[in-house]
Design a protein around this ligand. Structure first.
Ligand SMILES: *Cc1c(COP(=O)(O)O)cnc(C)c1O
Length: 368
């Protein structure tokens, strides 16, 4: 039989095929592999979702105007500079689609968020990956040097997923001083609320001060709406127009829009404040435990994570650690031969993680 002639375009061959995750039926297994919030939605959000269901026979507003207005009010921006999509990953994907012709270049750090190569490849743009420095931080000088005539977008992730390191205002300012006008600098700050004590760029102020800066934010992490799919961004007006043009029709559901608006209420924000403080406290406790176990003395050290997760630079031992943790009821995320990322969750899950780390480091005997 002749081989099938219909196949996806060749440039998609480089992208990872979808691999179903391993869902756990076991109630005593903690899934700490996706940086999700361990908390259910606050009542005000649950109520808004329930009310929205009464209108689910209607299409949602395609321009996502109500949440965009609410966000514009919250951050004192014109609606025309606020984009909302089905998750901030979708906003970024639309942004790349809107800006890049095939072969245009998108510069980002590596290792960084796994969605960056995907959104770049889907748009048939060319990824330019700039290695993190030896402290797992963005190397902004190298990123500036990687910009060419074909570069349309530079993505910065702060705190960086998966290493948790932040980018300072001075570093971003120095980059912007070198970036040509035709390049949009996108700052993805999905984990901004979890930053405590590290220098971190003020992305919104930077956006206000420059014509070629955009910011991405999400409702998936602190607000715990990962399952509803809604995220947003601030971008120059023409970029927002492009993002809306390439949007999948009616992509942001009515419950998602209602939940996002409810999450901006005072009541919800007070609750999120408590949750962030609890998770940051747990992250600090976990870090202290890891330091006490000697993880900072291993090759690669222990990056200072400012997200709702920690990163263990296990290098080639990553896959083995992942299995080791799995056998002990903890599902973690392994990044090839770079390391393992573990989400900060409820106290019991974090205790189990520390226990597993203690057993691992004792067994492998690699403390300095
Ligand atoms: C989780 C995460 C997001 C959020 O994605 P959504 O599509 O809004 O769920 C964005 N950027 C980074 C770096 C993330 O880790």
């Amino acid at each position: 039989m002749a081989p099938p002639r219909i196949a996806p375009r060749r440039s998609l061959d480089a992208l990872p095929a979808y691999l179903p995750g391993k869902p756990s039926e076991d109630a005593d297994v903690f899934k700490v592999s996706s940086n999700e919030s361990p908390f259910p939605p606050p009542q005000v959000i649950a109520d808004a979702i329930a009310t929205s269901l009464q209108q689910i026979n209607r299409y949602p507003d395609m321009g996502v105007v109500a949440p965009r207005r609410a966000l514009a009010g919250e951050f004192d921006l014109p609606v025309s500079r606020v984009a909302v999509g089905a998750g901030s990953v979708a906003v970024l994907g639309q942004l790349v689609h809107a800006l890049c012709e095939p072969g245009d270049e998108v510069v980002y750090a590596w290792r960084s968020f796994e969605a960056y190569p995907v959104v770049t490849g889907v748009a048939a743009a060319t990824p330019v990956q700039v290695p993190l420095d030896s402290h797992y931080r963005h190397d902004l000088e190298a990123m500036a040097a990687a910009i060419t005539e074909r570069t349309r977008i530079v993505i910065l992730c702060s705190p960086n997923n998966p290493t948790g390191t932040t980018i300072s205002q001075a570093e971003v300012d120095a980059l912007l001083a070198q970036v040509p006008e035709h390049v949009l600098v996108v700052i993805d700050e999905a984990y901004r609320e979890f930053v405590d004590g590290a220098e971190h760029v003020d992305a919104l102020a930077t956006f206000r001060a420059h014509h070629n800066v955009a910011v991405l934010r999400t409702f998936s992490k602190v607000q715990g709406l990962a399952g509803l799919r809604i995220g947003y961004g601030f971008a120059p007006e023409a970029v927002v127009e492009g993002i809306l043009k390439v949007a999948p029709p009616f992509g942001v559901s009515l419950p998602a829009q209602a939940a996002a608006i409810a999450s901006l209420t005072h009541e919800a924000e007070v609750e999120f404040g408590h949750r962030v403080r609890a998770l940051v406290g747990e992250r600090q406790r976990v870090r202290a435990g890891l330091l006490e176990q000697g993880w900072a003395d291993r090759p690669g050290g222990l990056p200072d994570s400012q997200g709702n997760f920690v990163f263990l630079p296990l290098c080639q031992d990553g896959p083995e650690f992942m299995d080791f943790a799995m056998d002990r009821g903890l599902i973690v995320r392994c990044y090839g031969h770079d390391g393992v990322r573990v989400t900060i969750d409820v106290e019991k899950a974090n205790d189990r993680f520390l226990e597993i780390c203690r057993e691992w480091i004792g067994r492998s005997g690699t403390t300095a």
